[in-house]
Write a protein that binds this ligand. Structure first.
Ligand code: ZN
Length: 432
């Protein structure tokens, strides 16, 4: 039998969403020999064996995720205590068709499909990906019924991807909007998809993501780009407040233009920052620490000394150059880029580097800790703008590629910034 709370859901389901008869669905599932797993907000029916503990724990994880979805939209979870969804996890969809749990009116789908508070997912091979799909469809059910969502596809799919992305910590749901570790999001491949688009010079602009047609969302790159746009806009210090304000308003077909008209939202700047995001994206990317100051400082007229902090991404030197200007740089100092774990032979010790970098570990084809000098520029042929590296190491002379600021960065994965300490001192001066 279902708990009494489920019966209440039948009466509460009504206004924005079509009622779903959970008692009847459970009775049908029982007759068809399906397993029934019940949480507070989800009734899950599956043709996996009832003893499959990874399936049995899904409603509990769904309930934990539900609280984070309420938080995201500024809704008190208590006010939705009666919200319930019905999910079907299917290995053989014919079984669900035959007993009426998958109506003929539901179109064929590849991974998952949501119809208001009912959703269906096909059983994928990996437990991590299965949880992701379940939560992705769960976010659709939540936003469709709680927020009456009818937004352009980039937001509809992007928010489902963002709020479904998670890791399990001690068996509990932990939201990781930007994944911290590839092992947490097995088979998901969103970051890899963006990096592959970048390598092929086919990463979309923010405007192209905004214009993604619904049918494109059968393809992984479209999901990845939609996720990337929502992840950047909802986390970047320059946009997160305006984005949250837009999200608390109507989530209708005019959502994109309403967002662009929101106080504090600058489309041109967001387009540039989205390009910087897709160019530098990696596991553990922290939009706050990676935020870039693109302001154009005065020309480099004489010697200038500055600190390049290890805990940040590309750092504006505060001076600009004109295309063709030759500049000299010299770096000194030492930074700490995390710690090597203790082994049987030695205790934990800091990973220290000077501006040449250390060969202990490489990142994006260069030694960890190496000082990079670059400028932000449009792609020479096709593709989106990105940082062009002009020089690297302890010292040298570089030629400015464009009129604009000079940037410096310590080469390391974005996920290391949180544990990196110290800075290099860099002296810049005109070379001629
Ligand atoms: Zn979806």
């Amino acid at each position: 039998m279902l708990a009494a709370a489920w019966a209440t859901a039948l009466a509460a389901a009504g206004t924005a969403a079509e009622p779903i008869d959970l008692e009847r669905a459970a009775a049908t599932a029982r007759r068809a020999g399906l397993s029934i797993h019940e949480g507070h907000h989800l009734l899950l029916l599956s043709d996996r064996p009832a003893a499959d503990t990874a399936v049995a724990e899904l409603p509990k994880i769904f309930d934990e995720a539900f609280v984070s979805w309420c938080d995201h939209f500024g809704i008190a979870a208590d006010s939705l205590a009666d919200w319930r969804a019905l999910g079907c996890l299917m290995t053989r969809r014919d079984t669900f068709r035959a007993c009426g749990l998958l109506p003929d009116t539901i179109p064929d789908f590849e991974n998952g499909f949501c119809d208001r508070r009912r959703f269906w997912i096909r059983q994928p091979s990996s437990p991590a990906y299965r949880r992701h799909l379940l939560l992705h469809e769960g976010v659709h059910a939540f936003t469709l019924t709680v927020r009456n969502l009818a937004t352009p596809p980039w937001y509809t799919e992007g928010i489902a991807e963002l709020l479904a992305t998670h890791r399990l910590t001690d068996g509990r749901f932990e939201a990781t909007p930007i994944p911290v570790d590839p092992g947490d999001v097995e088979q998901l491949g969103r970051i890899e998809a963006i990096r592959s688009l970048r390598r092929r010079q086919s990463a979309p602009s923010l405007a192209e993501v905004f214009a993604t047609p619904a049918d494109r969302h059968h393809r992984i790159p479209a999901y990845a780009a939609s996720w990337a746009a929502v992840a950047m806009l909802s986390r970047h210090p320059r946009y997160r407040e305006a984005f949250a304000r837009a999200e608390r308003g109507l989530l209708d077909s005019q959502f994109t233009s309403r967002l662009e008209a929101t106080d504090g939202f600058d489309t041109a700047a967001a387009t540039r920052d989205f390009d910087a995001f897709t160019a530098e994206l990696d596991y553990g990317y922290d939009p706050q620490a990676m935020a870039i100051d693109f302001s154009v400082g005065p020309p480099l007229a004489g010697p200038r000394s500055l600190a390049v902090p290890a805990a940040r991404g590309w750092h504006n030197a505060g001076v600009s150059a004109r295309a063709g200007d030759r500049c000299r740089f010299r770096a000194s100092g030492r930074v700490c880029l995390g710690r090597l774990p203790a082994t049987a032979e030695s205790p934990a010790r800091p990973i220290e580097s000077e501006a040449d970098g250390i060969s202990l570990e490489w990142y994006r084809g260069r030694p960890l800790g190496r000082l990079l000098v670059g400028q932000w520029r449009a792609a020479p042929q096709r593709g989106r703008p990105q940082f062009e590296r002009l020089a690297e190491g302890v010292d040298g002379i570089f030629t400015a590629a464009v009129d604009g600021p000079i940037f410096l960065k310590i080469n390391q994965p974005p996920g290391r910034l949180a544990v990196a300490e110290g800075s290099y001192r860099v002296r810049l001066e005109p070379a001629d």
